[in-house]
Design a protein around this ligand. Structure first.
Ligand SMILES: Cc1cc2nc3c(=O)[nH]c(=O)nc-3n(C[C@H](O)[C@H](O)[C@H](O)COP(=O)(O)OP(=O)(O)OC[C@H]3O[C@@H](n4cnc5c(N)ncnc54)[C@H](O)[C@@H]3O)c2cc1C
Length: 481
């Protein structure tokens, strides 16, 4: 006799899959979570190497302030994500200047005023911080959003949501048009703002809505350094899921799926599974181009306006400094343009590095099309990786020489081909839908796909990228069931 079908089969155990699986299992549904890799986490996963543990993609946590999505998950599931909230989470290194990006807005405004005098930092950052707070408060009130049917629209008749109407104008203009004297062309300060925004919303200040800039630029107010890295976050979520009765199958690569009557048949490298509903944490780009199903053209229609994604180059370092680095995040501007983002493990976090050492993940944006013609064995590809390793080595040696570098080693370099291989993301597209003024997040691909009973969660859907965005998306989706 065939076992009864699962209520939900979830494809992929990235942040979106893990959070959705937990929320549905908590509601009492019979849930199966299928993951291709031998670790959960996807772009927020890790790898271990001789006593060190490296976060492969995401390194910063946010979404705890203003009762944000991560705080909600902790409450709903009775979990605790351990982390550290440093007063000074980030430094920005540019030319001869080092800027302290304090968590506290007043201290940050003072830092800016001292280093970039003559600009009205106070008015701008007070406004941005207030917009950020109001956006999160509004986001907390959303249910079953973006709306698809009448019952979803009725949920919008909430007096608290009407307060959000005041935020609409900041979706229609940029920071540049709102504060024209502030974001001036060809200034070092413009570069500071642009590079800061790139790491949170994947675009520059002139290209995104003021509201999006506010949320992206203010995210250091809410940064938490995950203790034990994302390995620990994934452990907590996967153990919670199985203790709620969920079934997690690792190394189960979904190869295709189809509909049979009103159920879905999911074929993996290790057999078939039947689900009444499917939630795909495999992003729309992969569903549209790579994964075998009769619905590829439907997915292609959904995602076609959102294919301008970024890829990432990453590096993973073992570091020993005389004076351990206790500021976890460093954005270093490069002379040739762009920046490198160094994330240090907390000194003494022995889950991440042996005593006296630190594990460091480095990342930067890169256009994925540069890799379209490469295979992993190409000499040009190998040269590109070697080049990046040299850039990391040079930048690290110069930026952190004051800390007394005793030893360091770049143990591995990742590219869009690496992300494609380990996370299955089409062409190594990472970082989610790129924000742009022309397409506010409400127009991002929805969780409800064009296929009845098939849903998508993760950074290819509303409200977009990052652990915080993906978690919020999973909360909104699972609220429907
Ligand atoms: C270099 C880098 C740095 C980043 N830094 C940050 C940061 O500091 N803070 C932050 O919040 N965000 C950061 N991000 C973004 C963040 O990591 C992602 O937005 C988020 O983790 C995406 O989660 P997801 O659930 O949407 O998808 P994914 O992480 O892609 O998860 C999808 C899962 O599905 C699995 N899968 C794929 N195909 C199959 C298949 N056929 N069968 C079974 N399973 C499959 C994958 O293995 C994976 O586990 C960063 C991303 C990168 C790449």
């Amino acid at each position: 006799m065939n076992p009864s079908p699962y209520d939900f089969v979830i494809l992929g155990a990235g942040v979106g899959g893990l959070v959705s699986a937990n929320l549905l299992a908590k509601k009492g549904y019979k849930v199966l979570l299928l993951e291709a890799h031998y670790h959960c986490g996807g772009c927020a996963s890790f790898y271990d190497h001789r006593g060190f543990s490296f976060d492969v993609g995401a390194t910063t946590f946010s979404g705890f302030a203003y009762n944000g999505p991560l705080k909600k998950i902790e409450k709903l599931l009775g979990l605790k994500f351990e982390g550290v909230e440093p007063e000074l989470p980030m430094q920005i290194h540019l030319e001869d200047l080092t800027l302290n990006r304090y968590r506290d807005n007043e201290r940050w405004i003072k830092e800016l005023s001292e280093n970039f005098p003559g600009l009205d930092h106070h008015s701008v950052w007070t406004h941005l911080s207030s917009l950020n707070k109001r956006s999160w408060e509004l986001m907390n009130e959303l249910r079953s959003f973006p709306p698809t049917g009448l019952s979803d629209f009725t949920k919008l008749f909430n007096p608290k949501l009407f307060k959000g109407v005041g935020l609409l104008p900041s979706l229609l203009k940029s920071l540049e048009s709102n504060f024209s004297n502030y974001y001036q062309d060809k200034t070092t300060f413009k570069k500071v703002l642009d590079e800061q925004l790139m790491i949170s919303v994947q675009n520059k200040v002139s290209q995104v809505a003021l509201l999006t800039s506010a949320m992206g630029l203010c995210y250091p107010e809410d940064i938490v350094v995950p203790t034990g890295g994302f390995k620990e976050f994934n452990r907590v979520l996967s153990e919670s899921f199985t203790s709620l009765g969920g079934e997690l199958l690792m190394r189960h690569q979904v190869e295709s799926f189809k509909k049979s009557g009103d159920q879905f048949v999911i074929s993996t490298n290790k057999g078939e599974f039947i689900g009444k509903k499917v939630i795909s944490n495999i992003p729309y780009w992969t569903l549209a181009h790579d994964l075998d199903s009769p619905f590829k053209s439907d997915f292609r229609k959904t995602i076609q306006k959102f294919e301008d994604c970024w890829g990432a180059m990453t590096g993973y370092m073992k570091v020993k400094l005389k004076k351990p680095q206790d500021i976890p995040y460093h954005q270093v501007h490069l002379q040739e343009g762009g920046s490198l983002f160094f994330s240090f493990s907390t000194p003494g976090d022995t889950e991440k590095a042996p005593e006296g050492h630190q594990s460091v993940s480095v990342s930067t944006h890169i256009r994925p099309e540069k890799f379209d013609s490469f295979s992993r064995r190409d000499d040009n590809y190998k040269a590109m990786k070697e080049n990046f390793k040299e850039t990391i080595t040079k930048t690290f040696s110069e930026t952190f020489k004051q800390s007394g570098i005793e030893s360091f080693e770049v143990t591995a370099v990742g590219t869009p081909l690496t992300f494609e291989r380990y996370t299955g993301r089409h062409r190594g597209f990472v970082g989610g839908v790129v924000h742009h003024l022309s397409r506010p997040p409400i127009l991002f691909p929805r969780h409800e796909s064009k296929v009845d009973g098939f849903y998508v969660v993760g950074d290819s859907t509303f409200p977009g990228q990052g652990v915080v965005g993906v978690t919020q998306g999973a909360l909104l989706l699972c609220d429907r069931f």
